[in-house]
Design a protein around this ligand. Structure first.
Ligand SMILES: [Zn+2]
Length: 477
């Protein structure tokens, strides 16, 4: 009997990996074994340690990976899968592949830096500490990628095909419709990946991609994210709160640190920042975009402007490429990054990683967190257990580079920037389905969020829905 097995993002928000086995034996020899997403576990140590374990199914026996989008919790384990002997194809949309060309080598670079740091400071029980994968290994894994356009049906075997449809989450993000032929019966399963804000009659604040999530779906089985299953996003315009926070910080002589995913999220934030400056709502303080991949990231976003909504397209045509803006500095080299520490007048620093799990934002926070004049402004989801979540919770201190750093700066979180649908938006999207799936499995959510969403779905829609458990196998009818 064919089955689906949850190898990640089950009972947690990271490490997305869902295995489809179409054969009737666990080795997959009589059919296909396909992974939907291959993400990195981030956050709590119990999950992060799983990055070091081999997949429960040997990488050599997996035939293909179908990737929903370029966030690390969905694609960041791909280089490790290839390192462990995976030789199949990785299918993704063209923008997702472009983004992976930036994101995966950067992730490899960060893994190497981390290992180097532990070896220098002797802070790992492993001698020597090794990277999960290197920059070179990440680059090598890119050779396995093959583009598949939205709406195109890709046949992987006589009885297995799939199609990407718009998810509306980030640039290139897709849901995967999987089709399996069993005799004369054609089964359809839908893997949501991450689901973007569901548009209303008023433009959803912070939303940039123009299309998705696709409506009128009719899968037998739905595997759906539940990141914000217990939340409702503010509906007001983010610009008012953002301007107020920046003005207050600059008035008291402080600087703003914005941890942000380097690709897309950073560019979206920059355009809003530029608009606030041009309209005179905030002063023209220097802006530093501190990421080794900053320029490439801008180039990818400018290549796909047609994918953006009308408002974002208007900003692009009004202001052109962020690379040309006066007062905006893109730090590429490590030395440029370090120099930002010497800036004593108010400035705005946008730096990755978005959940403060690594990257250059660490040294900016080390430097700026202890000063109450400064502001740390979160514009993205912070998975529990990450440094970002600890800072956002306004704890007394946070561990950075093996030392405790006091948190005295002001902390703010602008939830309007979220790229995830909230509970009411998810329900609104599900109400567009042509028919009720026979089973719905919730993944990619902490237990509380998944549990509340499960309750809302069964009470309001009457659907059969359960929370996926790590390593659980469910039959595919
Ligand atoms: Zn995502």
């Amino acid at each position: 009997m064919a089955y689906l097995q949850f190898l990640g993002a089950a009972e947690t928000v990271t490490g997305s990996k869902h295995l489809i086995n179409t054969s009737n034996d666990p080795s997959g020899r009589n059919g296909l074994q396909v992974l939907i997403d291959c993400g990195l576990f981030q956050g709590a140590k119990q999950w992060r340690l799983k990055n070091w374990e081999p997949t429960p199914v040997p990488a050599t026996q997996i035939d293909a990976v179908i990737l929903t989008h370029a966030h690390l919790d969905h694609c960041g384990w791909i280089p490790r899968l290839v390192k462990e002997g995976f030789r199949g194809k990785i299918y993704a949309t063209p923008p997702t592949i472009d983004l992976c060309h930036v994101v995966l080598p950067d992730s490899g670079h960060l893994q190497e830096e981390e290992a180097r740091f532990h070896n220098q400071k002797n802070t790992s029980k492993h001698k020597p500490a090794l990277p999960l994968y290197t920059l070179e290994e990440a680059e090598k894994s890119l050779l396995n990628f093959e583009p598949v356009n939205f709406g195109e049906t890709k046949q992987l075997s006589a009885d297995f095909s799939f199609r990407f449809v718009h998810a509306g989450h980030i640039l290139g993000s897709a849901m995967v419709e999987v089709f399996r032929q069993q005799g004369s019966q054609r089964h359809k399963y839908l893997f949501s990946g991450d689901i973007g804000r569901v548009p209303d009659h008023v433009p959803t604040p912070g939303r940039v991609v123009s299309r998705g999530p696709e409506t009128q779906e009719d899968p037998e089985i739905l595997v759906m994210e539940s990141t914000y299953g217990n939340r409702s996003h503010p509906q007001d315009d983010v610009r008012d709160e953002m301007a107020q926070l920046i003005n207050d910080t600059v008035t008291r002589g402080g600087s703003v640190v914005v941890p942000a995913f380097a690709v897309e999220r950073t560019q979206k934030f920059l355009f809003i920042l530029k608009e606030l400056m041009e309209s005179g709502r905030i002063p023209r303080v220097p802006v530093f975009v501190d990421s080794p991949m900053a320029i490439k990231a801008v180039e990818i976003c400018m290549k796909y402007t047609a994918e953006f909504n009308e408002e974002a397209q208007h900003l692009v045509s009004a202001y052109g490429s962020p690379l040309t803006w006066q007062g905006f500095t893109f730090a590429i080299k490590q030395e440029d990054s370090k120099k930002i520490n010497q800036v004593l007048y108010p400035c705005i620093i946008v730096s990755s990683s978005g959940m403060v799990t690594g990257g250059r934002v660490l040294h900016h926070l080390l430097h700026r967190l202890p000063d109450p004049r400064n502001l740390v402004m979160f514009i993205g989801f912070q998975a529990p257990g990450t440094r970002g979540a600890i800072i956002k919770s306004r704890a007394d201190s946070v561990r950075i580079f093996s030392g405790e750093v006091p948190i005295r700066a002001q902390i703010a979180a602008l939830e309007q920037f979220s790229d995830h649908a909230d509970t009411s938006e998810l329900l609104r999207w599900m109400r567009t389905f042509k028919k009720q799936p026979s089973a719905t499995y919730l993944v990619h959510g902490e237990n509380g969020a998944a549990w509340l969403l499960q309750k809302a779905i069964s009470e309001e829609l009457g659907w059969k829905v359960s929370i996926a458990k790590w390593l659980e196998k469910v039959p595919l009818a």
